[in-house]
Design a protein around this ligand. Structure first.
Ligand SMILES: *Cc1c(COP(=O)(O)O)cnc(C)c1O
Length: 463
């Protein structure tokens, strides 16, 4: 790992050497040669124009469209290890790794081989297969405090189903979620703060009904008192408190001990289920995810991203007593034609097997992330750029603001003009960061220290 195994690709780092003509796209070679680090996005832009004719906004998930940073998105042709190769032949160091799943790097051989072998035997049956039990057994053995797991096709589905299970189990309707935490795009989660300070949420997307919104209560991350007030005002009505145990969708935000242990205590006292959305943190912060890292037991845990090894998998898990409420064992309905799909299971099984056999990868990732943190912080400090950097394990985010970033409001204070300059500046130098200030980077273990050094150097060049 750590090296791109396809040597001819290295040449493509420099688009000039990859073609015999005087022109690359519509730009004359000599112009390119005169511009150090010049990179081309002509073909990506053309593909985006074409995509917009047939796909709303040209993308199948909004963040990909670069709305927050401006410019056209980059179309990927292929990827290997830590590097993306785009449709224009540029090589990019990737800090997203498909938003988390590819923790060991792109096209990781054990995962790819498992999928190829499985595909030859048929891609879907709608009948039970042994590999579902294999992945379930492995996941249950790695994660503390869960007995059973149900596989779905996305993190959205996992969170949506977990909330239904929590409601069915407790016989209560309301949930508390935190501003800035993302749990997928199902209606109950597309809620923003209402008008009053401690009141119901309101829809933050057309199409979400007031009826749905009234059952989701909004609190602020790291604000235990606010949660207690909501629980008091809605006593006996709250089924679940759902959160990202380490948040990654408003930058990387670390829970205070007071907050996270306080939530556990409150939930136990009030008969509320504590739902950990570990779609991002699961199998990333360690074998046992945030539960293990923080030393805290949740009641239902949701997974996605890494558990599918790059194929569409989500899952939710809990103690047997809670999971027994799920159909067909119990009355809470949940289903999926492609759930437990053999290709997806084979990718997930290969990925978790790798992580289970080489748990030192988590420490290696955390070290790399710390190295990156220190390197970037040093440069920004030397250059006098106001910033905050948050990091936990292999999640990290850089915020261009003065005050510590502890919740959605403090994250939103970041200077977006500086962020745009930073994002595009890095991109020009071949470093692909999340195209939004609200996203965490996800390091993958294929990243070498040379890649990290290049990244830190790139920051220096921008400011
Ligand atoms: C990505 C993400 C989701 C949604 O997962 P999808 O597979 O995109 O539906 C849910 N929760 C968290 C914390 C996530 O990061």
């Amino acid at each position: 790992m750590g090296k791109c195994s396809i040597s001819e690709k290295k040449k493509r780092n420099n688009p000039v050497s990859s073609s015999g003509s005087d022109y690359v796209g519509s730009i004359r070679r000599t112009d390119i040669e005169n511009t150090e680090h010049y990179m081309l996005y002509q073909r990506s832009s053309a593909l985006f124009t074409e995509a917009k004719k047939y796909i709303p906004g040209g993308v199948n998930s909004p963040v990909r469209a670069f709305k927050a940073v401006g410019g056209d998105p980059i179309f990927v042709k292929e990827a290997k290890g830590a590097y993306l190769y785009d449709e224009d032949g540029n090589q990019l160091i990737d800090y997203i790794a498909s938003w988390g799943p590819l923790i060991l790097g792109h096209a990781h051989e054990p995962v790819i081989n498992a999928v190829i072998e499985k595909a030859k035997k048929g891609t879907s049956f709608g009948m039970p297969t042994e590999i579902e039990t294999e992945l379930a057994q492995l996941a249950v053995s790695m994660v503390p405090n869960i007995d059973k797991i149900r596989f779905v096709n996305s993190g959205t589905e996992a969170c949506m189903s977990a909330v239904r299970l929590a409601r069915g189990y407790t016989g209560k309707d309301k949930i508390i979620k935190f501003a800035g935490c993302y749990h997928g795009h199902s209606d109950s989660f597309l809620i923003q703060a209402g008008s009053g300070a401690v009141t119901f949420g309101s829809p933050n997307s057309p199409g979400v009904t007031q009826g749905t919104a009234k059952d989701t209560l909004l609190a602020n991350y790291n604000d235990l008192e606010g949660v207690k007030a909501l629980a008091e005002a809605n006593k006996g009505e709250i089924a679940a408190i759902i959160l990202e145990p380490v948040a990654g969708n408003m930058g990387c935000i670390i829970p205070t001990d007071e907050f996270i242990y306080g939530l556990r205590e409150l939930c136990t006292q009030e008969g509320i289920l504590l739902l950990f959305d570990e779609v991002m943190t699961g199998f990333r912060l360690g074998k046992g995810g945030a539960q293990e890292a923080l030393g805290i037991d949740a009641d239902i845990v949701m997974f996605g991203k890494v558990i599918g090894g790059g194929l569409p998998v989500g899952a939710f898990a809990a103690r047997a007593e809670i999971m027994s409420h799920l159909a067909p064992e119990g009355p809470v309905y949940q289903a999926g034609t492609l759930s437990g799909n053999p290709l997806a299971m084979s990718a997930g099984l290969a990925m978790l097997t790798e992580l289970n056999n080489k748990p030192e990868v988590f420490a290696s990732l955390a070290q790399k992330t710390e190295y990156l943190h220190k390197g970037i912080a040093k440069v920004l400090t030397e250059k006098g750029v106001t910033h905050q950097i948050n990091r936990y394990g292999s999640m990290i985010s850089v915020h261009f603001c003065e005050d510590p970033v502890v919740d959605f409001a403090s994250s939103a204070k970041g200077n977006n003009d500086t962020f745009k300059k930073y994002f595009h500046g890095m991109l020009e130098q071949g470093v692909y960061l999340p195209p939004s200030a609200f996203e965490s980077y996800f390091l993958n273990d294929a990243l070498s220290y040379t890649d990290l050094d290049k990244t830190i150097e790139a920051v220096k060049t921008i400011f």
